[in-house]
Design a protein around this ligand. Structure first.
Ligand code: HEC
Length: 330
């Protein structure tokens, strides 16, 4: 069996934009039109799309398909036909017509893998090459796009060519597969009127939190992703910033780490009692007080070092956290 494969780059062929490859025995059962494969072309291997299958090749010599990237076709027969038609009618190259049909990110990308062959940077290298080599020595093997992201002002291509020529690095070609997968999200929508909330919330431990989720949903006419609800109501940040480990998911100071903390215990937010008068105005527990404690840690105000500073949180984030932790108050 032979496959007519489209590679995603312009190539000059006399009769057809497709290349013929032999299908190895092991792949005959999975290979279909519309499937992405890896094929050799001159000295490289490239991603390609199977556009058709036949029993005989149109050229005397063929090479083998290397492997199948994904047995699930990315385009169906009818879209492949449409692409052929578009190309015929408009004289646009076939690979362009196919590309516009592929979902973003579906096209496999070719990368270079840069492998350092030395463990220190020799002194007399030109600057761009020295910067790239230093990066590879520090971080080990990288893809060229990673190197480019790390060295924004360096001409990575030239530096790479130079280093390879001088034998300081090895360069290999790799293919990264399409990263697109079906993404499932959970969505929610308010199903009951506000008048019915109270009855439902009575006796629930996280009444305030649930109440605020409902209030948020009330403002949204459509389905809302659960992750959006989390972000809006602060719970995600509470978890991400690590507060949840000590103060607990119910805000009662009984997170998984709390048992190991002797005294003082992580604050129980349901009790709404606060200790530190961070702004020195005679009262504790104001937003301004909590902001400083969360930002600078309790030790700064004579409390426990276990309640650590959070320099990575922005003021806005801390305000979200404060609004959130007040919802635990009963
Ligand atoms: C490693 C455990 C731990 C983590 C993580 C932690 N806390 Fe605390 N937290 C404590 C302890 C212990 C106290 C009590 C400190 C004291 O009384 O000296 C406390 C106290 C507090 C207080 C009370 C301040 C006051 O004036 O009484 C607030 C508010 C607070 N934490 C918020 C947070 C927030 C927000 C986060 C996440 C960014 C967080 N904590 C993360 C252990 C922790």
């Amino acid at each position: 069996m032979y496959a007519q494969v489209l590679v995603f780059r312009p190539i000059r062929l006399r009769h057809s934009p497709l290349l013929d490859y032999r299908v190895p025995e092991s792949l005959t059962s999975v290979l279909r039109s519309g499937v992405l494969v890896v094929v050799p072309l001159r000295t490289q291997v490239l991603p390609g799309l199977v556009m058709g299958l036949s029993d005989t090749p149109s050229v005397p010599k063929t090479r083998d398909i290397v492997r199948v990237l994904d047995p699930e076709p990315v385009l169906g027969e009818r879209l492949l036909e449409l692409a052929r038609w578009m190309s015929r009618e408009t004289l646009a190259p076939l690979h362009r017509c196919v590309q516009v049909m592929l979902p973003p990110g579906m096209r496999p990308k070719a990368f270079l893998r840069l492998v350092p062959r030395v463990d220190h940077v020799p002194p007399d290298l030109p600057l761009p090459a020295a910067a790239l080599l230093q990066l590879l020595v520090d971080r080990g093997t990288l893809r060229d796009d990673q190197a480019r992201a790390a060295l924004r002002n360096v001409d990575v291509r030239r530096a790479r060519q130079y280093l390879k020529r001088k034998g300081y690095i090895d360069v290999a070609r790799i293919l990264r597969m399409p990263g697109v997968r079906v993404k499932q999200v959970q969505v929610v929508q308010l199903a009951v009127e506000r008048s019915a909330w109270d009855a439902g919330l009575v006796g629930l431990q996280r009444r305030q939190l649930y109440g605020s989720v409902l209030a948020f949903l009330e403002q949204e006419a459509d389905l809302v992703e659960v992750s959006v609800v989390r972000a809006e109501t602060g719970i995600e940040l509470f978890a991400r910033a690590g507060c949840i480990y000590c103060h607990g998911k119910n805000g009662d100071g009984r997170g998984p780490v709390a048992a190991a903390i002797v005294k003082p215990k992580p604050r129980d937010f349901t009790a709404a009692e606060f200790k530190f008068d961070a702004d020195d105005n005679g009262s504790t527990g104001s937003d301004a007080d909590l902001l400083q404690v969360i930002q600078r840690g309790a030790l700064t105000f004579g409390g426990s070092a276990i309640m650590m500073p959070n320099p990575a949180l922005s003021e806005d984030e801390i305000k979200t956290l404060i609004a959130f932790l007040r919802r635990f108050e009963q």
